[in-house]
Design a protein around this ligand. Sequence first.
Ligand code: BES
Ligand code: ZN
Ligand code: ZN
Length: 518
Amino acid sequence: MDTKLLFQDAAGFATPLLAVLAVDIAIGKDADPLIALLTTSDAITEAAAAVIASGEFKGTLGEQVLLHAPNGLKAERLLIVGLGKAKTLSVDEVRKGAGAAVRYAKPRGLRQVAIAFPEDHALSDEHLENLPCTLLCRALVEGAIIAEPDWDTYKSDREDCEIDGLTVISPESEDSTTREIQAGFDEGRIIAESQNFARSLVNEPGNVLTPTELGKRAAAMCSEMGLKCEVHSTAKLEELKMGAFAAVAKGSAQPPALVVMTYEPKLAKGKSLPENAPVLGLVGKGITFDTGGISLKSADGMEKMKYDMAGAAAMIGAMRAIAQLKPAVKVIGIVCSAENMPSGTAYKPGDVITAMSGKTIEVLNTDAEGRMVLADGLHYAKTLGCTHLINAATLTGACVVALGMINAGIFSNDDATYEQFAKGTRISGEKFWRLPCTDDYKDQIKSQIADIMNTGGSRWGGATSAAMFLKEFADETPWIHLDIAGCAWNEEAKPWHPKGPSGVAVRSVIEWVKSYSA
Ligand code: BES
Ligand code: ZN
Ligand code: ZN
């Protein structure tokens, strides 16, 4: 999809579809909706006047109404998209509204979409707090780009109905405003395309996306984006004594992949980062298929376990964006990829494994494999000099039971690091809910015969048991764990996204990384 930003009057732009965003400015719970368009274009307001006066359009989030041959506009169609109440408007609604416009156009064979930049100053201040125009434009572009993919590449009768072009049209304004809008536009495109890249990896079936293939795709991305990338396999795992990662991998005929992607900021001549500058480690769980291993999962829904590499995909996607956004902070992305299979060479319940850190692990359940591979990934990141760690993983069913599919779980051993991440989620629009991993829970993973065991002794607090296990390997290093098991796959379509891989965590991890930029 080609993206363009124009500064001109949207009414004079010829396009098959022009979308304009609308809010409900009525005050009070039971008040009838009062619709206001987020545009200062009189021509658009007049073209929409009759349908708005009819009361048919309530302006709820994602609601749409289409007008053909709108009077006074060069566009062939005008699509009005609701964003809900003005009072609660945030950039997240703008992201969803832009997405809804794109998803409206797609099945109708419209290949070009234009969206009028949402001018919040079209409303008086009593209705709305001003949102920064950089963030508005960024959200608009993100929403449009992440709404585009339909995950039908494996259908032989698929009809290509890709949107070829997206144009954002903002009225002419002062240079400083223009620059801010342009910055948001550029950033939004980079971030959304990287999120889509992560989703495209998650969409791949396990027979196509083996650990080796995941390594190849990460390496190809890195070479395109100018990142350093190393892809290792069994021999390197042995050399590094990654016993926990290797234990999971050895049940499969597919060799594992350890991917290390490095972003080094290029600073102006003569400038360098201070000695004690942070180095961020992004670690992803890359189980390309999780059968459960010897502790075999039941057949019901097992096919979904191809998405057990969504944490790895999120980190690869984030690295892709970081390479282009160029923050002034060093970032190392680490993917621990394996296939979890039952076989004659598979690790077994009761086995005692020595992790890279030297800690011994009693295996109670081979289906708790994600924490095994991450244990070595997190420790390895520290040996590479990482001062702050974040991992993403489809780690536990228990987290899905606790939080459902709206919030992903977040755990941390450091309040300040958690707060820094949480701040970024207000911009990314992704939802994370903090769950505990204080030392009170330490006994849950205490083993009789080894240092720790890989599951809790009971099923209570399963998401926390997994976090406690990972915390052992982060140790003193500030660390965040994102359990995205419930949010990495959209089970339902919404007006702004299809069913399928969500790409959750990509945007928030990018935001977190940016917050460390010197
Ligand atoms: N990949 C699963 C977690 C998962 C469950 C992801 C549901 C997405 C949806 C993970 O490897 C796993 O199997 N975890 C076990 C842990 C248990 C054995 C302690 C689980 O959650 O049941
Ligand atoms: Zn598992
Ligand atoms: Zn798993």
